[in-house]
Write a protein that binds this ligand. Structure first.
Ligand SMILES: Nc1ncnc2c1ncn2[C@@H]1O[C@H](COP(=O)(O)OP(=O)(O)OP(=O)(O)O)[C@@H](O)[C@H]1O
Length: 241
C-alpha cells in the first residue's frame, strides 16, 4: 500500500470556453492533511471539483489508491469514498438537520457512534436536529456541511474554505472538529485562506498559481519562510492570520 492516496498528473480542466487548470500535479499522502493554497482565482476550487468528478478534465490522470478514477462521474467518485465539503456548503435548506444527515449517510441509517461524535463536536446540531437547515446560522450551516462528510467513514475528504466568513469563535470549534477527524486518521485535502488554521492543521502544503501547483512541501517549511510565502503568493501568509 503506497503512502500516496490521491495523485493528479498533468490535469487540465476547462470551464466552458476557458482553460482553467493547466497541468496540475499533486500528491496527497494517506492519513495526513494537505493544504491547497494560492492567490484568489489560482484554481483551488476547480481542482477539488475536478477530483470530485464535477468538472471532468480533458487531459491527465487522477488515481485513488493507484486506481484510475479520472473518467468517473461524481456519484461514482462518492462511492469510492470521497466526500466534498463545498464552499457553498451544499446543504438542503428546506430539509431538517436530521434529513440532511440521513441523506449524506451512504450506507443506510447514520451510525450511532459517529452521530454522537458529531454531536460532541457540534452541539448545535443536536439542539436543532429537527429544525430546518435553512434557518441555521452561517457557522451552524458550515458545521452541518462538515458533519455530512463525517457521518460516513471516507477515504478522502475534500474541504473547500471551511472558515470562510465565520467568526473566530466558530472557527475554533470547526478547527477542533477537523483536528479530531485528523486524529482519527482521515486523509484531508483542504483549501484554506486562514493561515492560522492552515498552519495548525496542515502537514503538507501545495501552492497553486495560474492553474498549476507551483510549490509543494512540508507545511512547516512554508510557515517558517515569509520570503517563500511572499514569492509564491505575493504576500506573507501571516497577513491572513
Ligand atoms: N463558472 C465559471 N466560468 C468561468 N470562469 C470560471 C468559473 N468558475 C471559475 N472560473 C475561473 O476559474 C479560475 C479559477 O477559479 P477557482 O474558483 O478554482 O479559484 P480559487 O483558487 O479557488 O480562488 P478563490 O480563492 O477566489 O475561490 C478563476 O480565474 C475563475 O474566475
Amino acid at each position: 500500500m503506497s503512502d500516496i492516496l490521491l495523485s493528479l498528473r498533468d490535469i487540465h480542466t476547462d470551464i466552458g470556453q476557458y482553460h482553467i487548470l493547466h497541468g496540475v500535479d499533486l500528491e496527497v499522502p494517506r492519513g495526513q492533511v494537505t493544504m491547497l493554497l494560492g492567490r484568489n482565482g489560482a484554481g483551488k476550487t476547480t481542482t477539488l471539483r475536478t477530483i470530485m468528478g464535477i468538472l471532468p478534465p480533458h487531459r491527465g490522470e487522477i488515481t485513488l489508491d493507484g486506481a484510475p478514477v479520472t473518467a468517473l462521474n461524481s456519484a461514482l467518485i462518492a462511492r469510492q469514498g470521497v466526500a466534498l465539503v463545498p464552499e457553498d456548503m451544499g446543504i438542503f435548506a428546506n430539509l431538517t438537520v436530521e434529513e440532511n444527515i440521513i441523506l449524506a449517510s451512504l450506507n443506510g441509517p447514520p451510525d450511532r457512534d459517529r452521530l454522537e461524535r458529531i454531536f460532541t463536536a457540534f452541539p448545535a446540531l443536536r439542539t436543532f436536529w429537527k429544525g430546518r437547515a435553512g434557518t441555521l446560522s452561517g457557522g451552524q450551516k458550515q458545521m452541518l456541511s462538515v458533519a455530512r462528510a463525517m457521518i460516513t467513514e471516507r477515504r478522502l475528504y475534500l474541504i473547500d474554505e471551511p472558515s470562510k466568513g465565520l467568526a473566530p469563535a466558530i472557527v475554533s470549534t470547526l478547527a477542533k472538529a477537523l483536528r479530531e477527524l485528523k486524529a482519527a486518521g482521515a486523509t484531508i485535502l483542504m483549501v484554506e485562506q486562514n493561515f492560522r488554521l492552515a498552519k495548525a492543521l496542515g502537514d503538507h502544503a501545495a501552492v497553486m498559481d495560474n492553474g498549476r501547483v507551483i510549490w509543494a512541501g512540508p507545511m512547516a517549511t512554508l510557515a517558517a519562510d515569509p520570503e517563500l510565502q511572499s514569492r509564491l503568493m505575493g504576500l506573507s501568509l501571516e497577513d491572513h492570520a
